[in-house]
Write a protein that binds this ligand. Structure first.
Ligand SMILES: *[C@@H]1O[C@H](CO)[C@@H](O)[C@H](O)[C@H]1NC(C)=O
Ligand SMILES: *[C@@H]1O[C@H](CO)[C@@H](O)[C@H](O)[C@H]1NC(C)=O
Length: 147
């Protein structure tokens, strides 16, 4: 959480650099591909227009993962934007998660997945925790005018 907050305080240039560095360092882990994230969100929205952010999650691990899934932004948002989902992610069972919200300013959004150790989420609690990274995220910028 802390590093994400720092990320959002950084300027756009630094942000890009940080992301590139992180992409670079995570290359070694690409073989495993524990969490694969795809975001669908409009690039632009009218101020206060309701939009839907769709997050698609997949894993290539044989074991299931307990995922805590949420959004973060560099502006404060109330309501459904803050919903946190806990879900079991298994191979061959991709998940789609949706958030509906009304952006009123241009915002950077991070969709974040934390691999956790919560019980009673995966069947028979047969879930693993990857040893290396246990937080995955993807960033999008949504352009919206101030009202
Ligand atoms: C924008 O939306 C946020 C969260 O919904 C709200 O807290 C804020 O007051 C809004 N800002 C404006 C300028 O409407
Ligand atoms: C949030 O991030 C976006 C995209 O980088 C930027 O355009 C916007 O000015 C930022 N807003 C704040 C309040 O920092």
């Amino acid at each position: 959480m802390h590093s994400l907050q720092l990320l959002f305080r950084a300027s756009a240039g630094t942000l890009l650099l940080v992301l590139c560095l992180q992409l670079g360092t995570s290359k070694a882990q690409e073989d495993t591909r524990a969490v694969i994230m795809n975001v669908q969100v409009p690039k632009k929205a009218e101020a206060n227009q309701e939009i839907t952010l769709k997050l698609n999650l997949q894993t290539e691990l044989k074991e299931c993962l307990v995922c805590k899934i949420y959004l973060r932004s560099n502006i404060t948002m109330d309501g459904p934007f803050n919903y946190v989902y806990t879900s079991c992610l298994c191979e061959d069972y991709p998940r789609n998660i949706y958030w509906d919200f009304r952006p009123n300013r241009t915002m950077a959004i991070a969709a974040v997945v934390d691999i956790t150790r919560e019980e009673n989420i995966c069947p028979n609690d047969e879930a693993v925790i990857p040893i290396k990274a246990n937080r995955y995220y993807i960033m999008e910028v949504l352009v919206s005018s101030v009202q």
